[in-house]
Design a protein around this ligand. Structure first.
Ligand code: HEM
Length: 551
């Protein structure tokens, strides 16, 4: 007992200060123990010092909005594996795409995605994009997959054409005929939102007509991306803040999401069978005056096209399988369309026009291809058909190059290594020259922004804009590049709206390029790229001139 003597001695009695000391020691030992074990789990993976101990590092990097540049630099410095959090590895090894995202591999989405789920009546409601539960995902996807398939695509053309006709008419009136500078980035965003509104409800949300962010919808979507992209780096923070029951009860704004409100009204109208009856004045699209008769002929003006929109398709499914396509799920599908299919397209088209205008050679080659097609009666104007657009190789190369250099979602697409496996084996690690096994439970993700700049896949000019790479004579090389284009994700959870996106991009680009001469208002100015998972760009100021007849 001699060793206890000092503690029992009057001088060393358990005074409050000694108890504190003991407590501090415990806390200190706990923190050191925790940090050491945290560090030790992936100690063989290189990365920034702080990231090995805390996710606060990547939270800060994402909060700064330039994570794509930081992650690119880190991969250039450290190689294919970079530890960006204590349990999170960013991967850029081309051969690992199928291992992580392949069907049947069992990698599920991480809690990054849970942060984006909404709480409705105290319950988490996950849309298809954000569910981490694969069984729930399959149940949600099965009924609607056909509506997004290639075979149904052409049926959406009249709806798409209707919005494009309004868009061209607005550009004619406000910019081409006035010589005013157009903030094309903003107009393309409005176009993307209106198109998805029209495809979903046969009614535009009204951005183009009103030339404004209707009901703050775009700002509200942007705020959500800004918040969730950051909290997604430390999902437990979301649990303690925005998904905390006290916050939800007392502080969360009760106001309905404007997109859901719009969807609900359209749904009610459709059920009642009265398309035009709308007591919400906000939904009324101002009458559009279209002076060009060719464009006017394409505008549907609120009439339903002969082929159904998404809402009609979902309602049919609701009637046929009411217990599967429930009311709540039906609304979730509508919301998903707007949420997943607007910002992503907006980002891609903005990037495409930015590169076209920064690279006059590309613009001129594209225009020559389009003019040749027009002369051969293979391009109808002002609005070309989808069939015509698919057979234009340079146009398709430009679209792919734009998706490559500017993937709209630019953070690692996180997945968890499944528990029933030995882990993820990474052979011949370039730095250590040994096979590394990442244990089950590790979060891994490939960031399209990084993979798309990999010289092993895209060649020594991978960092540069060069649509011709997609027209290389070496078919295997092109196939390999296509296989590693991750702009729409990969595997089972890849983009459901990819066909819609390609339809929209494929038809809009020739329509604009053939109708206008376009040039940057300030050619020397760089734009600003803001990464909130969805990449938003600002500063695409363009001058328009109508081209000659026949355009
Ligand atoms: C250029 C435009 C688009 C791009 C670049 C894009 C990109 C992506 C990516 C990368 C994913 C996978 C996300 C992940 O793994 O975490 C995804 C998923 C998804 N996208 Fe898109 N998207 C686009 C347009 C659209 C459109 C137009 C729609 C709907 C009309 C849509 C609906 C979806 C849905 C529902 C998912 C989830 C699929 C699933 O989990 O099964 N997307 N998208």
């Amino acid at each position: 007992m001699a060793f206890l003597a000092p503690f029992l001695d009057n001088d060393f009695s358990l005074s409050p200060s000694f108890a504190q000391l003991l407590l501090y020691s415990f806390v200190f030992l706990f923190v050191v123990g925790h940090l050491t074990s945290t560090y030790a789990t992936h100690r063989n993976i290189p990365g920034p010092f702080l990231a090995k101990f805390t996710d606060l590092w990547r939270l800060y990097i994402v909060w700064r909005r330039d994570s794509h540049d930081t992650y690119l630099r880190l991969h250039q410095q450290y190689g294919d594996l970079v530890r960006i959090g204590p349990n999170c590895i960013s991967i850029s090894a081309p051969d690992l795409v199928p291992s992580i995202y392949g069907i049947g591999k069992g990698f599920v989405k991480s809690d990054f995605y849970s942060v984006w789920q909404n709480i409705v009546n105290g319950q988490r409601v996950a849309s298809m994009v954000f569910t981490t539960d694969e069984v729930q995902h399959a149940a949600m996807k099965k009924p609607i997959a056909n509506a997004y398939s290639l075979s149904t695509l052409k049926e959406f053309e009249p709806l798409l054409d209707s919005t494009t006709a309004v868009f061209l008419s607005r550009l004619d009136d406000l910019f081409a005929s006035t010589g005013k500078v157009c903030d094309l980035g903003t107009w393309l965003q409005w176009y993307a939102f209106d198109v998805i509104g029209e495809l979903t409800f046969s009614q535009r949300l009204g951005f183009l007509e009103k030339a404004t962010d209707v009901e703050g919808i775009i700002a509200s979507v942007a705020r959500n991306f800004d918040r969730c992209s950051v909290l997604g780096q430390m999902p437990w923070l979301d649990q303690f803040t925005y998904k905390n029951p006290i916050y939800l009860k007392f502080f969360a704004k009760a106001a309905a999401n404007p997109i859901i409100a719009f969807g609900q009204r359209r749904l009610q109208e459709r059920i009642k069978g009265q398309e035009a009856d709308d007591d919400a004045a906000n939904d009324q699209q101002p009458a559009t005056t279209i002076s060009d008769p060719l464009l006017e002929a394409k505008v549907l003006h609120g009439t339903l096209p002969s082929k159904p929109d998404f809402l009609s398709r979902f309602l049919t499914l609701h009637k046929e399988q009411p217990e599967i396509v429930t009311n709540t799920r039906l609304l979730a599908y509508l919301f998903m369309n707007i949420n997943a299919g607007s910002d992503t397209i907006g980002s891609t088209i903005r990037a495409l026009f930015y590169h076209l205008l920064k690279n006059p050679d590309t613009l001129s080659t594209l225009r020559t291809e389009l003019q040749t097609a027009q002369k051969q009666d293979n391009l109808s104007l002002p609005l070309p058909t989808w069939t015509q657009c698919q057979s234009l190789p340079y146009l398709n190369a430009v679209i792919k190059e734009s998706l490559r250099l500017n993937p709209a979602l630019a953070l690692p697409l996180e997945r968890i290594i499944p528990s029933n496996t030995p882990g993820l084996q990474i052979p011949h690690h370039p730095t250590t020259k040994e096979t590394i096994t990442l244990p089950p439970g590790t979060i891994v993700g490939i960031n399209p922004w990084i993979l798309h700049r990999d010289t092993r896949i895209f060649g020594s000019d991978a960092a540069k804009w060069n649509p011709s790479r997609w027209l290389d004579d070496d078919a295997d090389k092109v196939k390999y590049m296509e296989h590693h284009l991750l702009a729409f994700g990969a595997g089972k959870r890849s983009c459901l709206g990819k066909n819609i996106a390609m339809l929209e991009l494929g038809k809009l680009v020739p329509a604009l390029v053939m109708r206008y001469e376009m040039r940057l208002a300030e050619p020397g100015r760089e734009w600003r790229v803001w990464n909130a998972w969805a990449v938003r760009q600002e500063g695409l100021q363009v001058l328009f001139d109508r081209r000659g007849e026949g355009s």
